[in-house]
Design a protein around this ligand. Sequence first.
Ligand code: ME8
Length: 640
Amino acid sequence: MSKKFYITTPIYYVNDVPHIGHAYTTIAADVAARYKRLGGHDVFFLTGTDEHGQKVQQAAIEAGKSPQDHVDSLYIRFKELWQKLNISHTDFIRTTEPRHKKVVQEILQDLHDRGEIYKDSYEGWYCMPDERFWTEKDLVDGNCPECGRKVEKIKEYNYFFKMGQHQDWLIEQIQSNEKFILPASRRNEVLGFLQKPLEDLCISRPKERLSWGIPLPFDDDYVTYVWFDALINYISVHGSLADVRASGYWPTSHHLIGKDILTTHAVYWSTMLKAMDLAVPDNIFAHGWWTVNGQKMSKSLRNVVEPNLLIEQFGVDVIRYFLLREVPFGLDGDFSHKALIGRINSDLANNLGNLVNRTLNMLGKYFKGIVPQPDAAGDEDALLKKKCSEVVGEVDKLFDELAFSKILMKIWELLDTSNQYINNTAPWNLAKSEEGKKRLATVMYNSAEAVRVIGILISPFMPETGDKIMAQLGIDTPVNQQGLDSLKQWGWIKAETQTHQGAQIFPRIDDPAAAKLLASIETGSEPEKTEPPEQITIEDVMKLDLRTAKILEAEKVKKSKKLIKLKVDLGNEQRQVLAGIAETYEPEQLIGRTVILVANLKPAKLMGLESQGMILAGSSGKKIVLAGFDEALDLGARVK
Ligand code: ME8
């Protein structure tokens, strides 16, 4: 029977717009899952959405919807993005599904029956948005130490999970198993945290304060704390505790998470599992944090890198490759489009694309595209084969550590060796003589086999590229069926295979095109499209209520590079508007100017400030110019 491999991502908060941070963890899990499948493992790969809690309840109220309708309309954004990113998850769990709720309640009841949960009064500082209690000494300047927002003093009865009693056991687990928490720096962080006494965990919220949660089965006045509910997803997807034990997928091979949720996994989840009498996961891997151009990603800063846009601009495999190659898994990284284009040109176009292209091209030129029968092997051939088997072995070991960037570097070593092999054997010279032709056949056979090996090794990272390479090589057997076993013996590809050279798999983005693309990305404007924009009718135009408005006040928004807060006068009313023009205009330059306001735009919040409309401006490159008039007009006059 094939070995089971169970890998999970966090279940993401359904309220958030999926961004490259979420994509990162999910792609990493997907790459590991695909690789293990190639090796013949029976893989279960789980992802999903976290749908209960205060933030969801609040957002549903603001959207004028029931929480269930609200989450039903939102989770799909994650599902669709995973489809676009070629994520091969086995299941997608939502915490509002009956199958999940049932298991959470079963576990709660069982723990309660066995005295692992008790009721007590509790007084503490509560951070509403984070749904967490803090002690007085945790607070920073009297505010929440995590998000910096205001906290409220709350005294109430709640239910507690006896987490503290497992402290010594947990320390022993971590110390005796080096792979349990990775990377080592995170492991030390958890051990540091466990030097303080571990308190019991409050696992309930009174319904009068928060109703959007799973009711406690033994007390209907309470719902379950969102983390206690969410963590159980890793189990509930398999059914009851008995089902999990029988599934063969326990313990989990890897829980992949970001470093932000290390404590909840390493401490809460491990002790919960202990209380349930289930083994802890083989590994919890907390990777690092992505920033964008050096800044934290946030909706209000409008710098959230939207994976859908990236896929459109650059293609799926490029994004998958970049995220895992650019930063060693476990360390923090910074995203920039410039670095992305750099990787496309150097690693993908010049190196990988070039090897595939020249190999197929020479097969076409010298052998009508048919893979020739190899002849006796020489030293150069032995070197190539040796490198290949070394890389295949190393990659396998590195996958156990989830060292994705090192794995890619190893594969690229094989690419270099293969390119070097072609340079050293110089097929173009061999082709010149009858005598050289035998050697040429061997060289081209080996080059085709090297391309196949590389195609298989990169396929977990870049599944579409792997398939494209197989199609160009004329191999019908899917990558998965060739599997890792096919890499163990040199010479899987059959002589006589008819290859089909196709388009360059990764065309270079030349300097002018890259510059244009970067400029359009930086200014947030649409990249130039080759197709004309869609035509609209006069009715569409008339829907816009454009008005003249005079700027009365202007000031920069703190912590924002781009935003200026304006007060504008429309004659019969005044409004607050936020405009992203701070990089071009100083606030003083703006006061007294007459501008054009989109007056019927739905108000929106930017960095916590309401914007009641939008000012029209033109842009080219980084330059922004406000639209205006030659002569004075009445304030509030309609603009058409
Ligand atoms: O925490 N860089 O959900 P969440 C890298 N629902 N990774 C990032 C990232 C960034 N800038 N931003 C997000 C929750 N992530 C809970 C989890 S699990 C039982 C419950 C990734 O939507 C990273 O994996 O806030 C991080 O841990 C996760 O998204 C947080 O997702």
